[in-house]
Design a protein around this ligand. Structure first.
Ligand code: ZN
Length: 485
């Protein structure tokens, strides 16, 4: 029985989908104005793990993850430049060139991290009309107002009928005293009101016509609109990083409740953030490490390059709701741990079956399941896998034994949890490359046999043909060596 921690109720709840075996899952994706970094990796891997596990449990999951390509302004505020528009201006490119470039980059990084692509990946810019219609509903229900061509959500009015702040545990009174007076706020009735539609200022590039003004949607409205468009007015899971909890997700709840008369989301899930050497990650602090830098080692804080799988394992070794501190030492420890895990799996392949078993894989299998059922407790799952590795080495060194049936169970256990659910893969050599190596060794074994039969014609022919393919063969006592030219 899967239990997940619901940010809204603040405790672990048994997961019961609305319409089993179907599960609808929405995750806030990136704003595509720069390279993806460790924070993106943690969110993507957390919800990739959930997606994989739900599928393993037999659910048919529709996983929607958006691309924010319009309406996300600097400082997450309602005034200022659009993050993408700004990048486009600085680089003298079309905003959609920026969007394409960083969407491609994000996809590439996510593939390197072996995260499965979402089933639907909607772009905010492709849903302008839907966002306008959603805004109309909120206006019609009296929870928004027009001001100078922009539409703002009326937080105070909403809070009279509902509770604004229920997700983040805030009260409106606290917000009132904490809201800074920012420039350009005079259009709003209250500083904590937020934009659903913004009239474009002169020089703003990304804008669309509407009955209110030529403008663009606010940042929060896209997720309310696109999640309900693809998953229905009420759906199962909404995920994202903890940095999005307030105001983004708080505003989403308010928007959906105001427009649809009910909350859209059953389970809110948030992954915790990554710190770097104990510090918050940020561009201004000079410690924001992009995934490209991480995989190439090209950053002043990095001692070396780290492989995507080492990074994935590093992230999975912490529970998704715990903070995770990145340091060279910590990732190098994960690198070694992952090697140990794969080494155990390789050893397992070589073990020969015995008549009796000294170990019961079934028990381990159940323990692994229990760990994941307990709000995706990956650190506990991984410790169980290492317990399995220990048993494998005991059997391999003759201090234990496994029957053919238990050997199969053990292999299936590791393949299921390590490959299918944790999404790890052996990456030293691409599969094709190691198959090519095996093929070359096979041919060279045939050549050895020919030589032993004094068939030097065939032996030389093979060597010349391999040489033509760029493979150098050297005869050494008792065998051969080979390498690529
Ligand atoms: Zn969102």
């Amino acid at each position: 029985m899967l239990k997940i921690y619901n940010t809204l109720s603040r405790h672990k709840e048994e997961f019961k989908p609305i319409n089993p075996p179907h599960v609808g899952m929405y995750v806030c994706g990136p704003t595509v104005y720069g390279d993806a970094h460790l924070g993106h990796a943690r969110a993507a891997i957390t919800f990739d793990l959930l997606y994989r596990y739900l599928k393993h449990l037999g659910y048919k999951v529709r996983y929607v993850r958006n691309i924010t390509d319009v309406g996300h302004l600097e400082n997450d505020a309602d005034f200022g430049e659009d993050k993408i528009g700004k990048r486009a201006r600085l680089e003298e490119l079309e905003p959609m060139e920026i969007v394409q470039r960083y969407t491609n980059g994000y996809h590439h990084n996510m593939e390197q991290l072996n995260t499965l692509p979402p089933d639907i990946e909607p772009h905010a810019s492709g849903h302008i009309i839907e966002q306008q219609l959603f805004t109309e509903k909120i206006l019609k229900n009296g929870y928004a107002y027009e001001s100078n061509g922009s539409i703002y959500f009326d937080v105070e009015k909403y809070n009279r009928d509902h509770h604004y702040g229920k997700l983040s545990g805030r009260k409106l009174e606290d917000l009132i005293s904490n809201t800074r007076d920012l420039e350009g706020q005079e259009e709003k009735r209250h500083p904590y009101d937020f934009a659903l539609w913004k009239k474009a200022t002169p020089g703003h590039i990304m804008k669309w016509p509407s009955r209110w003004s030529e403008g663009y949607p606010g940042w929060h409205i896209e997720c309310s609109t696109m999640s309900t468009k693809y998953l229905g007015d009420t759906f199962d899971i909404h995920g994202g990083g903890m940095d999005l909890l307030f105001p983004h997700h708080e505003c989403e709840i308010a928007q959906s409740t105001a427009a649809l008369g009910k909350e859209s989301v059953r389970y809110w899930m948030h992954n915790n953030l990554i710190t770097i050497n104990g510090q918050k990650m940020g561009k201004s602090l000079g410690n924001a490490i992009s995934l490209n830098e991480l995989f190439s080692g090209d950053h002043k804080l990095l001692e070396k390059a780290y492989s995507p799988m080492a990074v994935r394992f590093f992230i999975l070794q912490a529970h998704y709701r715990s903070t995770l501190d990145f340091s060279n030492r910590a990732v190098q420890a994960s690198e070694k741990g992952l090697e140990r895990l794969f080494d155990g799996m390789e050893t397992l392949e070589k073990i020969e079956a015995s008549a009796t078993s000294t170990y019961d894989p079934e028990e381990l299998y159940n323990k692994c399941h229990e760990a994941l059922d307990d709000d995706l407790n990956t650190p506990v799952l991984i410790s169980h896998l290492f317990e399995g590795v220990k048993q494998i080495h005991l059997v391999a060194s003759g201090k234990g034994s496994l029957t053919a049936e238990d050997l199969e169970k053990m292999k299936k256990l590791f393949a299921t949890f390590v490959y299918d659910i944790l999404g790890l893969k052996q990456e030293d050599k691409p599969a094709q490359e190691s198959a090519a190596d095996d093929l070359i060794r096979l041919i060279l074994d045939i050549r050895m046999e020919a030589k032993e039969k004094k068939d030097f014609e065939t032996a030389d022919k093979i060597r010349n043909m391999l040489s033509g393919l760029g493979i150098v063969v050297k005869d050494v006592p008792g065998g051969y060596e080979w390498e690529w030219k």
